[in-house]
Design a protein around this ligand. Structure first.
Ligand code: MN
Length: 290
């Protein structure tokens, strides 16, 4: 059975000791197994407090981040690449120390609207940095997840196929594809086919609606998505990701262009999302030959 997760931004915009407790308590109260903690600034996480709260509430952690143009490892600018590599190693250490098995997200490039396509040198820089990060992660039995995002948020990896090519270039066993339905809905005509092509390289999965609000109120065909996850025998986490201007992380919310108030009640949103995913996966397991 897959761990069901929820992104911290459903609950809180920061990660003070009070905020992390609120987020982790809410995650547990709604029956989730896992919370995804954003590590855009790993230094703002009190590792010991977070680890204790996770243990107290019986919640597992995943960790994610997106780079910025200033820390873009797919850049031609060696200094930006070096800053990005340092940030990723800090984030990996914090993820490991709070007990996460995953460091995922847009760890391959900036979350930005690029003005030009990636260069060969930038692509090679990305692969080299991630090869060293994967080595470090392997020592702690951790997985790196590369999240393809839509064309307005990266120029490097926009589809699962792009991520598979990058994984070949990196050449490490503990790098997986982290798909997100919200982005696939923009970039992939065939959601099920995109999942199937990733197959056993799929290691982390984001469920989000076409407008990033309540599941089932947008245009995504989740029946196809859940059936494809069952068909490929996917065992990893399924994490609900949703953003509203009701909960704001000053850095992440602007990078993701969250200008609208799509929900205000975190708990109602989280409870309904969990029920939606569970019912969808149960139905897919009953109707799909794995
Ligand atoms: Mn995502």
């Amino acid at each position: 059975m897959n761990d069901l997760g929820v992104h911290a931004l459903v609950w809180v915009g920061g990660w003070s000791e009070e905020e992390s407790r609120e987020a982790i308590a809410g995650t547990a109260a709604c029956g989730y197994d896992l919370i995804e903690i954003p590590l855009l600034d790993p230094s703002r996480v009190d590792v010991e407090a977070t680890r204790q709260q996770l243990e107290e509430y019986g919640v597992r952690a995943a960790a994610s981040l997106g780079l910025s143009l200033d820390t873009d490892i797919s850049s031609d600018d060696d200094e930006a690449v070096a800053r990005g590599e340092a940030l990723l190693h800090n984030a990996l250490a914090v993820a490991r120390d709070v007990g996460s098995r995953y460091l995922c997200g847009v760890i391959h490039s900036a979350i930005a609207r690029y003005a030009k396509p990636p260069t060969e040198r930038g692509r090679a820089n990305c692969a080299e940095v991630l090869r060293r990060l994967a080595d470090k992660a392997a020592a702690s039995d951790m997985l790196l997840g590369l999240e393809p995002v839509n064309r307005y948020e990266s120029n490097l990896l926009n589809t699962g196929d792009h991520a598979l090519d990058m994984i070949d270039l990196i050449g490490a066993d503990n790098v997986c594809v982290h798909l997100d339905v919200y982005h696939m809905n923009i970039e992939d005509g065939d959601l099920a086919g995109a999942i199937e092509r990733c197959g056993d390289k799929l290691g982390y999965f984001h469920v989000g609606e076409s407008h990033r609000g309540y599941l089932g109120t947008g245009s995504i065909d989740f029946t196809q998505v859940f059936r494809a996850l069952v068909r490929v025998g996917y065992q990893g986490p399924i994490t609900f990701e949703s953003f509203s201007s009701a909960v704001v992380d000053p850095q992440l919310s602007t990078a993701l262009a969250i200008w609208r108030d799509l929900w205000t009640d975190s708990e109602d949103l989280a409870r309904r999302a969990r029920a939606f995913i569970e019912a969808g996966m149960d139905a897919a397991r009953r109707t799909t030959w794995a």
